[in-house]
Design a protein around this ligand. Structure first.
Ligand code: ATP
Ligand code: MG
Length: 570
């Protein structure tokens, strides 16, 4: 991680391949302005991979003064829901992007139907009675040509009649499909009479029971792009083999030509990103919900304490590639730390407390010491932190028999209490099991504020909280959700679930916080979206309020550590 921290971000990034294409088109007058779209299927919450696509689509139109539509690709009624539609809009807004308009592929069902009729009339589409299994079997392979369907040469009249009856609900699911009539021996498998429509007697979250036939992705997507005059339809690499078919439908129909471009999808190690798998984690209660702070969803990152800016910086940093690669999870944390270091106020909190009594400090005395809110941002000013005779420190900041290089508290060694005094441990009290219950110290009153007038130095500074003034909180410590670098690659007989990290959540119930944190709470931001309040707990990491937190029971989440703790282990 030390190396990563030192990596300078290039001042001026060279153009990525999409920017090159766009600038060329603008210069040559191919289009006057650009129009992109972000086309999620509302069958789950957005994940960090979608964030990449959002930043790309919205980022390009922003940069070149164009527009981006939000289009719900809602052609599969069985898995879709308005809950997802709402959540997707909230996440895009939270990231800070505004769409020109919202569309639904289902708004185009009438138009798509009419175009399918037109293709039938041109002799370029037919109704097939084969089962899906037969269709799959007769498709051939990359090396073996497919076999024509026995229904391929139906007359236009018969096809029109059957397609209308499909639409009218005369047939059951799977009894018939509409296929494009292209070439069953085509070297590109996508051209072997692709299915355009299937029968699905299912309730649609927008069109209700109006339709019982639904268009397939390949038939719906390009035509939707065309209707909206999308100049750059950007999708992930696996769709490159679909591009010729995308163009084919548009050409046959003679409609406005939009173009598809492909970029490498975002993959991150220690993470799964398929919505199907994320849904399984939620449904089977491996996590507390889509917004569990361990989830790679946008709402999960938000609850974890990620800022929209840190996610956008991450997407910017990884760039736009044309070849698949895997991004290190620590780069996400690096982006978060980089931003929070600038904006998060510092506080003191003790997560695993042990009591310290300063024997020579006047009993019953409290003094207010001045602490800096954020050394990176002087405008954040200072605050007063109460100090008294009894304080809590972190259990691991004391060692009874310490090795030579231990610079924290150990009997006889002077250390600094942050913003307070130099103290020296003298003795300990223990319970029957030998656990330390209390540490006795002495302090030097001349070192108030944390410096000695005679210039003597100490090697260690530790954080603390006044015992009398401490407030209690629950702190949830998160680690990676998966222990395996490639969770999807499970050995025979195992699944990605076997790669879950059993220690991804640790709940600390007995934490002591400085009183300034009593009023910490999440708030709706200027866009009306709830955001946690974020802090750096000195020496411990970045933390934020959880949505479960109340004034009576404060709950904080650890967003990330101050340094990359995984780099050392590896
Ligand atoms: P999943 O496989 O996770 O369900 P999907 O591709 O089916 O994802 P969609 O809702 O169809 O999800 O995706 C909306 C847009 O987001 C698409 O344009 C898709 O290319 C893009 N997208 C999805 N996953 C990633 C990813 N990992 N990296 C970059 N873009 C992605
Ligand atoms: Mg999809």
């Amino acid at each position: 991680m030390e190396d990563l921290n030192a990596t300078p971000v290039a001042e001026k990034q060279p153009l990525n391949f999409l920017e090159e294409i766009i600038e060329k088109g603008l210069n040559e007058g191919t289009y006057e302005s650009i129009q992109t779209r972000f086309p999620p299927e509302p069958n789950g919450y957005l994940h960090i991979g979608h964030a990449k696509s959002i930043c790309l689509n919205f980022g390009l139109s922003k940069k070149y003064g164009g527009k981006t539509n939000l289009r719900f690709d809602d052609t599969n009624p069985v898995k879709e829901d308005t809950e997802y539609v709402d959540a997707i809009q909230e996440d895009i807004k939270w990231l800070g992007f505004e769409w020109a308009s919202v569309h639904y592929a289902s708004d185009y069902f009438d138009q798509l139907y009419d175009w399918a009729v037109a293709l039938i009339k041109m002799g370029k589409a037919y109704v097939d009675d084969q089962t899906l299994d037969e269709i799959r079997k007769n498709r051939g392979t990359v090396t073996v040509p497919g076999t024509n369907s026995p229904w391929r040469d139906r007359s236009v009249e018969e096809n029109l009649d059957l397609f209308a009856r499909m639409k009218n609900g005369e047939f059951g699911d799977g009894e018939k499909v509409l296929r494009a009539k292209i070439d069953m021996a085509h070297p590109n498998m996508q051209f072997r009479d692709p299915i355009m429509y299937r029968i699905l007697h299912a309730h649609h979250h927008r069109t209700g029971d109006k339709w019982c036939i639904y268009p397939m992705y390949d038939y719906a997507h390009g035509q939707s792009d065309s209707i909206e005059h999308i100049t750059h339809s950007i999708c992930t690499l696996e769709f490159d083999i679909h591009r010729p078919l995308y163009d084919w439908f548009i050409e046959q129909l003679g409609i406005w030509q939009s173009h598809q471009y492909e970029f490498a999808r975002l993959n991150i190690n220690y993470t799964v990103m398929s919505k199907r798998k994320l849904l399984q984690l939620v449904k089977e209660n491996y996590v507390s919900g889509w917004d569990d702070p361990r989830m790679p969803t946008i709402c999960g990152f938000r609850r974890r304490g990620y800022t929209a800016e840190s996610i956008k910086n991450f997407c910017e940093r990884i760039g736009v590639a044309k070849r698949d690669n895997i991004i290190d999870y620590s780069l996400l944390e690096f982006s978060l730390r980089e931003h929070l270091n600038k904006v998060a106020q510092r506080r003191m909190a003790v997560l695993d407390p042990v009591k310290v009594i300063i024997d020579n400090y006047p009993e019953g005395q409290t003094e207010m010491l001045t602490a800096i809110n954020n050394p990176e941002n002087p405008e954040d000013g200072t605050r007063e932190v109460p100090f008294g005779r009894e304080i809590f420190i972190e259990r691991e900041d004391f060692m009874e028999n310490a090795p030579k290089k231990y610079f924290r508290m150990t009997p006889g060694q002077e250390v600094r209490l942050r913003y307070a005094y130099f103290v020296t441990a003298q003795s300990v009290e223990k319970d029957a099991e030998g656990n330390i219950t209390c540490i006795h110290c002495t302090y030097d009153p001349a070192t108030r504020g944390g410096d000695a007038p005679d210039g003597r130095k100490v090697k260690g500074t530790i954080h603390w909280v006044s015992a009398e003034h401490a407030i209690e909180a629950e702190v949830r410590m998160f680690d990676r959700l998966f222990a395996a670098e490639a969770p999807d690659e499970a050995p025979e007989g195992k699944t990605f679930l076997d790669n879950l990290n059993p220690n991804s959540l640790t709940v600390l119930k007995n934490c002591k916080l400085e009183p300034a944190l009593a009023s910490a709470e999440g708030k709706k931001n200027e866009r009306g979206i709830w955001e946690p309040e974020r802090f750096q707990f000195e020496r411990l990491g970045y933390f934020c309020t959880d949505k479960d937190s109340t004034p009576e029971h404060l709950v904080f989440n650890r967003s990330c550590t101050l340094k990359d703790s995984w780099a050392k282990i590896k």
